[in-house]
Ligand binder design. Structure first.
Ligand code: FES
Length: 550
């Protein structure tokens, strides 16, 4: 019997004559490429989940890849039996919007004051003429996450959201978290991480329903490493204590006035107007990056009198606590588990991901899948649900051990060729450690501020993940503090909201530049109690208030 090949959940008999790319194409699976299978663009990557040893040896074109990543155009199944399972980088569904953009809720609106303006057909950036064009002019806001990239296309003349899209960050081949990416970038010359991302961004921008050359500005937010990699900065210093971006070092030395970065569209390797301005929002300090800065803009921290907290749970969880008078921020190295990384059946919150789980009284498991199709994996909100349900029904204890010597919990059983979607005890360990880092961050920031959880007036749970979390489940496993539900606002992706505001308003962009300079960076790694908080936080139980010096 011939070997079987499963790509993105579709299974065929493997053919040694065809590359994985050819076989994916035959299954109508869209594989990113700019070189048509020449081994040059490095975009056709697949993550091999099973059967690495059944594949042809790596070619010269794949020497930059490690782990289970292969270039699909270079790879053939060479075994005559067995099973190979792999996955292309995932993409979200592009949404074409027709509604005016409701800038971040919370009853505020932003006055349109973009840097890109027109006078008749003449297009200006900050008053400097860059082009002549009739028709609409556009900008892009981008949240460049370690795991997921989100883009918004905005009409700069009326602030309307034209379309948005998201995809898995293809830089995963350089590691799933920032420290591995820094090490990869330092070890591999040629800026491969940036070039691969640029290829994916190019495809995403070309799919927008406008001429890419009518895009004149782009605002990029992301953690310090992601942002600096995009701007082809040397990221080595972010990976070494005291963990500073080269821009932060240069600012401390008086060589620059801001940590923000600017370059042209042409230098960014993107198909937007070559003279477009690409603005990397300022970072706060250390790993607390431009995404956290953008969150502050989105929640209007500069004018806030109440005591608020923003928690953006991700591969790096950002925490910001304070108000216009005093702000503390920290970055927690949670790792990718709650974004589906490092989990056997984990995946980002894209179509096919299990996003809700409930164990019914008759012990059956009810699932809700993004897009309502066949489950392909489980994303963060589904993971929180299943942990909470296992705890609630006594199938797992607070230490994350399954009852009755169970090794795996099956959520969805597929046909014989596929094992379906399941959770392993090892996955629970990964999630426990991610949670431990987040809880330790909360404890350190709140105690450094001298407040208890209850002192907070509004707790913004930010990020795409935070938006879809079941709050009761999150509190039960201790991912978020046990606050009254009326204090918690599931605010959605505040980083992309902040990037959008900065795109549409020069004055808000200046406000952001001023705000980041006021923030006190809370360095978790040097806090004497961090490790104790981490160990305690790994347990699946509600987060207790800790005594703190007021
Ligand atoms: S298609 Fe370009 S490297 Fe494979």
């Amino acid at each position: 019997m011939a070997a079987t090949l499963t790509i993105n959940g579709q299974t065929v008999q493997a053919s040694a004559d065809l590359s994985l790319f050819d076989q994916a194409e035959a299954m109508c699976i869209d594989v990113p490429t700019s070189c048509r299978k020449q081994g040059k663009c490095k975009e056709c990557m697949v993550d091999v989940v099973e059967g690495m040893d059944a594949l042809s040896p790596r070619t010269e074109a794949e020497q930059h890849l490690k782990g289970n990543f292969r270039l699909s155009c270079q790879t053939h199944v060479i075994r005559e039996s067995g099973q190979v399972r792999c996955q292309t980088m995932r993409r979200g569904t592009m949404r074409i919007e027709s509604q005016a953009l409701g800038l971040p809720g919370h009853n505020r609106s932003v006055e349109l004051d973009p840097a890109v303006t027109r006078d008749g057909d003449r297009i200006f950036i900050d008053g400097v003429e860059v082009d002549q064009r009739a028709g609409p002019i556009y900008g892009i806001a981008m949240d460049l996450g370690t795991t997921t990239v989100v883009l918004r296309l905005i009409d700069l003349e009326n602030g309307e959201l034209i379309a948005d899209t998201s995809f898995e960050n293809p830089q995963r081949f350089g590691g799933s978290e920032v420290m591995s990416r820094i090490a990869y970038d330092s070890d591999h010359p040629g800026k491969l991480l940036m070039r691969t991302l640029a290829g994916y961004l190019t495809h995403a921008i070309e799919k927008f329903p406008v001429d890419p050359k009518s895009i004149y500005e782009m605002v990029v937010v992301g953690n310090s490493t992601m942002r600096d990699l995009f701007f082809r900065q040397n990221v080595h210093s972010i990976g070494q204590s005291p963990y500073r971006s080269i821009t932060e070092i240069e600012m401390a030395e008086g060589k620059r006035a801001t940590t923000s970065l600017v370059q042209t569209g042409m230098r960014s390797l993107l198909p937007i107007h070559p003279k477009a301005r690409v603005y990397g929002a300022p970072i706060i300090s250390g790993h607390v990056g431009a995404d956290a800065a953008a969150c502050m803009l989105a929640v209007d921290m500069a004018h806030e009198e109440r005591l608020i907290a923003v928690m953006d749970i991700g591969t790096n969880t950002e925490l910001i606590v304070g108000n216009r008078h005093r702000i503390l921020a920290a970055s927690c190295p949670a790792g990718p588990a709650f974004e589906g990384g490092a989990i056997a059946c984990g995946m980002p919150a894209l179509e096919g991901a299990i996003e809700e789980v409930e164990i019914a009284d008759d012990e059956s498991i009810r699932l809700r899948v993004i897009g309502d199709g066949k489950p392909e994996g489980i994303c963060g909100s589904g993971l929180v649900d299943i942990l909470s349900e296992l705890l609630r029904t006594g199938r797992m204890n607070a230490m994350g051990r399954f009852a009755d010597d169970v090794r795996r919990v099956t959520l969805y059983r597929n046909d014989v060729l596929d094992e379906g979607v399941f959770l392993l005890e090892n996955d629970v360990n990964e999630l426990a450690q991610a949670k431990g880092a987040n809880v330790a961050g909360l404890q350190v920031v709140f105690s450094s501020y001298g407040i208890d959880f209850d002192d907070i007036d509004v707790f913004y749970l930010a990020g795409g993940f935070g938006r879809h979390l079941n709050l009761d489940a999150s509190k039960r496993i201790g991912l978020v503090p046990n606050l009254d539900a009326t204090k918690i606002v599931q605010a959605g992706n505040t980083a992309i909201e902040g990037a959008t505001i900065a795109l549409l308003s020069k004055s808000k962009r200046q406000e952001l530049e001023d705000l980041v300079k006021k923030v006190e960076h809370c360095r978790l790694e040097t806090h004497p109690s961090f490790f104790d908080f981490f160990v305690e936080g790994c347990q699946f139980k509600p987060v207790e208030l800790i005594p703190c010096a007021k």
